[in-house]
Design a protein around this ligand. Structure first.
Ligand SMILES: NC(=O)c1ccc[n+]([C@@H]2O[C@H](COP(=O)([O-])OP(=O)(O)OC[C@H]3O[C@@H](n4cnc5c(N)ncnc54)[C@H](O)[C@@H]3O)[C@@H](O)[C@H]2O)c1
Length: 341
């Protein structure tokens, strides 16, 4: 347990998982004060934090690569932990252009590790992804000992940042923990990712792009389960360790789309198969027995119930959706899927 966990830094706290994590901390540990560092890329949205206790939230609009500016803006220097979410997170964008991925994910993580060392923090949680392990066939699941074999510029940048984080643990004794989680779904997710993309386009009766034949398989975890695992590791995880986090719910992409269409009473004819993603990983599956055994964590969400809840959340927040579905977003979607949809 971290002593005097009064102030923690959360990077990327205006993104999907980071904002859900801040809401969770607000609910479960109202005494913890959060310093949220986020430069608000297209994926960052300060509205994601509506409803949190502003007394406990200090927002620093800054790029994580800019250590000096961050140091100057910190409200206090006694910070117990850093939970590092900030990253470029979308595989398709990394295929279009990978520069920002190297800068934010590799250089940015390196800057945050140096900041953590300088501040003498007691825990550094590096939030990574199962994608660093590469792709599986129909059998097996990734364990923490699986080889790192990333296939996309996104996953390669995350793998690089994992290695840097581990090197700071070994070399500088920085108390680093690395988490590798599967695909998240839930409220506040930018609609370039499969589930919110499908929900929002289906609501508008627009074609839904599906790569290849939609046979690729992902393991899905509700974002609250992921955030609870992170909070548990922040309090009780062992430094120098990697922890896999999974949802125990493998589903083919095409089935995800059909489930959502069915729940929204929309026809399967909205599905448009488009040219497959370059280097598309076939399957991810996570063996999370380590965190289960050490810390008694397992995902709690029932997939059917939480998909329902997720769909309802997007339906009940038209103003959030409208703000996101702006011209930049529409330009991105039409460029990404060209004339296919
Ligand atoms: N979404 C998933 O399914 C998933 C699964 C496993 C791991 N992860 C990891 O979790 C983390 C969060 O993912 P997400 O889905 O919430 O991402 P997101 O794209 O929704 O949010 C990323 C946030 O980071 C901020 N950011 C990006 N670059 C920055 C920079 N250079 N300086 C400051 N802020 C910056 C953005 O403004 C945004 O608020 C990422 O590290 C991602 O690799 C995501």
């Amino acid at each position: 347990m971290i002593k005097n966990k009064k102030y923690i830094i959360v990077t990327g706290g205006c993104g999907f998982i980071g904002s859900n994590f801040i809401h969770l901390i607000n609910e479960l540990e109202p005494e913890t004060k959060i310093i949220n560092i986020d430069c608000l890329t297209y994926a960052g949205n300060i509205d994601n934090l509506k409803g949190i206790n502003e007394q406990n939230h200090f927002f620093i609009k800054e790029n994580i690569t800019n250590t000096e500016a961050i140091l100057n803006k910190l409200p206090v220097k006694e910070i117990s932990a850093i939970v590092h979410f900030a990253a470029e997170s979308h595989v398709d964008r990394s295929i279009q252009s990978s520069n920002n991925f190297i800068i934010s994910n590799v250089v940015g993580t390196h800057s945050m590790l140096n900041l953590a060392k300088h501040l003498n923090i007691k825990k550094f949680l590096h939030i990574s992804t199962d994608e660093v392990y590469g792709s599986l066939g129909y059998e097996g699941a990734f364990t923490e000992d699986s080889p790192i074999k990333p296939n996309s510029p996104y996953s390669a940048s995350k793998a690089s940042s994992d290695l840097l984080a581990y090197s700071f643990y070994k070399t500088h004794k920085l108390p680093v923990i690395i988490t590798r989680c599967s695909n998240n779904y839930g409220k506040l997710q930018y609609p370039e990712k499969l589930i919110p993309l499908t929900i929002l386009r289906a609501i508008e009766n627009k074609d839904i792009p599906v790569y290849g034949k939609g046979d690729n398989i992902r393991d899905w975890i509700h974002v609250k389960d992921h955030c609870e695992a992170i909070l548990l590791l922040l309090n009780k995880g062992k430094e120098g360790e990697v922890y896999n986090i999974g949802g125990n719910k493998e589903v083919k992409n095409i089935d995800i789309v059909k489930i959502i269409l069915n729940k929204l009473n929309k026809p399967d004819s909205l599905i448009k198969f488009v040219q497959d993603r370059k280097g598309h990983d076939f399957r991810y599956a996570i063996d999370f027995s380590k965190i289960k055994k050490q810390l008694n964590w397992s995902p709690k969400a029932n997939f059917e119930d939480m998909i329902d809840k997720t769909i309802k959340w997007y339906q009940q927040h038209p103003e959030w959706c409208e703000n996101i579905l702006n011209k930049d977003y529409q330009d991105y979607i039409s460029k990404q899927y060209r004339s296919s949809i």
